[in-house]
Design a protein around this ligand. Sequence first.
Ligand SMILES: [Zn+2]
Length: 184
Amino acid sequence: MRCPFCKANNDKVIDSRESTDAVMIRRRRECVGCGRRFTTRERIDEMDMPLRVIKRDDTRQSFERRKILSGMISACQKRAISMQDLEEITQRIEEKLLDGPEREVSSRVIGNMVMKELKKLDKVAYVRFASVYKNFESPEDFAEIAGEVIADSKEKPAKSKRTAKASADARGASGADAAESVAP
Ligand SMILES: [Zn+2]
């Protein structure tokens, strides 16, 4: 830090104090050249502040990437989705959150980011994740989101074959094992 009196660039910090909102840090410095004292105020680099997640009940927790990953792994059971795909999604979401301006992010925002990614990757996994995340309680909840997925696939005819199969899988997800066991 350049001394405002003699312009020498050699000082020692004799006192540091965070502002009450912990955004600025005030440092009392002494110039080694002329011995005079001066104060600097520096913004704390927000990127050094840890990311926290605001839960539904308004409590805060440290952000943990493995929670994103494990939520997706459950949703992707028995789907043709590689671990690498899920790692990449987790990485993308984590980077977006860490690079963003907020140091506190609601779990709802993170859940929506995961849903957006899963929707592009696999419709069945998307519906499953949404059912847990949005706490589905009735068949109507599933019908609504399945309808949305089917409507989406009709808008994009290029992908209709794949998504039509995915939505069929979604409807039969719980019956799939039973169907296999009765097959000849
Ligand atoms: Zn000086």
